[in-house]
Design a protein. Structure first.
Length: 261
């Protein structure tokens, strides 16, 4: 989810050391990935955001689509932004005034057997309408990071006070240089999606043809932290950042949370 930093290297020796550190890192999120039968595969992203967010969403989609394994197709959304219910085979991106509930943004995915079935991104305008977060830089960082989570990416670093790594998958107190994915994010996607599967979970028709429900967990109120399930990870500041909730159909909803200051 979303707040990051940047790596400013001074001198060729420091720069080389920083790059080696990043290249050695691995930030797959639990091994979660969309099943697909070929690369690159196309993932549909539903645009349920207002005009204030459109430019940030389009930029993030363009940035992530530079991956060699992934294409993004941004289309009209199918969700009510207030509830942002998930749709099988898609990622729905929404913004609304979700209230002073503490979170700035959340990314949720439904997974089964390690495969992502659907995803949602929610951006909380209650905080983005405040002076601190109402900036293009903060919007770009959060959208980029939350969408990255729906592909199966984790953060590259989770210390807000560390130097920025130049990627949106990095916690920071200063988003100025952490608004886009970097080389290692794209490299990690190649690792995550190196193998192929026998089915494509990024196609809603797969679930329809199998007679399965088009959406799972739609009645869960993701605005309410009590509905996210069990906390399974904390950020560097000791706040619960990842939650899991098992559903009756055998799938699990995993939620990444970025807390506002």
């Amino acid at each position: 989810m979303l707040q990051k930093k940047i790596v400013a290297a001074v001198g060729s020796t420091l720069l080389f050391g920083a790059l080696v550190t990043v290249a050695a890192a691995s930030h797959s999120w639990g091994g979660y990935h969309w099943a697909r039968t070929a690369n690159p595969f196309t993932l549909t992203v539903g645009d349920n955001v207002t005009a204030t967010w459109d430019a940030s969403l389009r930029t993030a989609a363009t940035d992530w689509a530079t991956s060699s394994v992934l294409d993004l197709n941004v289309v009209a959304g199918k969700a009510n932004p207030k509830t942002c219910k998930a749709v099988r085979g898609r990622v729905e991106v929404c913004n609304s005034k979700y209230g002073k509930n503490g979170w700035l943004g959340i990314a949720s995915i439904s997974v089964s057997g390690g495969h992502i079935l659907q995803g949602t991104v929610k951006l909380n305008d209650t905080y983005f309408n405040t002076a601190k977060y109402n900036t293009p830089a903060w919007r770009s960082l959060v959208v980029c990071q939350e969408i990255g989570h729906t592909f199966g990416l984790d953060h590259q670093d989770e210390l807000f006070t560390n130097p920025n790594l130049g990627t949106c998958m990095d916690y920071t107190n200063d988003p100025s240089t952490n608004q886009h994915p970097n080389f290692h994010d794209l490299e990690e996607l190649e690792v995550i999606y190196e193998h192929l599967d026998t089915v494509n979970t990024a196609l809603s028709s797969v679930f329809s043809a199998a007679g399965r429900a088009m959406s799972v967990g739609q009645d869960i109120d993701h605005n309410n932290p009590s509905a996210w399930g069990k906390a399974v990870k904390q950020d560097a500041q000791g706040r619960n950042s990842v939650y899991e909730r098992d559903l009756l159909d055998g799938s699990t909803i995993v939620t990444f949370v970025v807390w506002a200051d």
